[in-house]
Design a protein around this ligand. Structure first.
Ligand code: RIB
Length: 298
């Protein structure tokens, strides 16, 4: 494996419109909140930034509108040294946005997909070479499901491993699940997946994230919990994305699953100590230092 593994992320690119409040409004109610800020986001772009900061060579495949948000998000991805030639700038559609309410150390998010919803399977066919040359593919569910399926099909044809972060959760066809090497739901998404009569997940594919409590993997039907790192939480937005970007980088580098998850847990813990999905995403050096300092958490 090369020093810098190639991670190709196919997914959403959003501008996050974030407001913090002490009081969550009820239906029909207006409350006065606290700070408002815009941050680059989208599960796809976040995972791409996490992987790039941790040393991967990253391709981002996605779509954005020909507008101010799109331009600013494209610049930010380029500043992270992410390859952006595979991002489609589309006419007559807005760049995706996420309206995020931060309250009591947690978040509530409404995504308006905009251009992300126009990343079609036809556009994906243009990127077969890039998918083929990748060490790993990283996917989420903020772009159309048939697009995700098209990527998985190409990856399978070229025997490139795939991680699917099934967020936000929707029912997945078996044909998709069987083409994926790893599924990384959070606890709620995992429950929905295992209860879904239409999805037949092999538990060995699962890497279930559960915040500070840690991450569960399954070997020969037995659950193995890899504990998380307790830290002071400022904003959990993007923690799962940091985990996924870090996991992809480590697995693409040939690290064993348990070690890759432990490293990804450390990266995710660091990411929640700052406001904004990407602001707190650490560099490889920061993760290594943190892991040394917290070597008692193994
Ligand atoms: O996972 C966090 C992300 O979800 C945010 O950045 C937001 O854009 C939504 O897509």
């Amino acid at each position: 494996m090369s020093e810098r593994p190639t991670v190709t992320v196919v997914g959403s690119i959003n501008m996050d419109l974030t407001v913090s409040t002490d009081q969550m409004p009820n239906q029909g109610e207006t409350v006065i909140g606290k700070e408002f800020a815009t941050f680059p986001g989208g599960k796809g772009a976040n995972q791409a930034v996490a992987a790039a900061r941790l040393g991967a060579n990253v391709n981002m495949v996605g779509a954005m509108g020909d507008d101010v948000f799109g331009e600013s998000l494209l610049n930010q991805l380029e500043q992270e040294n992410i390859h952006t030639k595979t991002i489609h700038k589309l006419k007559d559609v807005a760049t995706g946005t996420a309206t995020i309410i931060l309250s009591e150390g947690d978040n509530r998010i409404i995504v308006a997909p905009g251009a992300n919803g126009r990343l079609t399977p036809e556009l994906i066919q243009q990127h077969e070479q890039i998918i083929k040359q990748s060490d790993i593919i990283l996917l989420q569910l903020e772009v159309p499901l048939d697009t995700v399926q098209a990527v998985v099909k190409i990856a399978q044809q070229h025997e490139v491993p795939v991680i699917l972060n099934p967020a936000p959760y929707q029912s997945l066809p078996d044909s998709l699940i069987s083409g994926v090497d790893y599924l990384t739901p959070n606890e709620m998404e995992a429950e929905a997946m295992l209860d879904d009569p239409n999805s037949h997940v092999n538990k060995e594919q699962l890497i279930v994230t559960n915040g500070e409590k840690g991450v569960s993997t399954y070997k020969d039907g037995v659950e193995q919990v890899i504990p998380g790192f307790p830290v002071d939480v400022l904003d959990t937005t993007g923690a799962g994305d940091t985990f996924n970007g870090a996991l992809a980088t480590q697995l693409a580098n040939g690290r064993p699953l348990g070690e890759a998850v432990h490293y990804a847990n450390a990266a995710a813990a660091l990411s929640i100590m700052k406001v904004g999905a990407q602001s707190g995403m650490p560099s490889a050096e920061e993760v290594n230092t943190f892991m040394e300092e917290r070597s008692d958490c193994i």
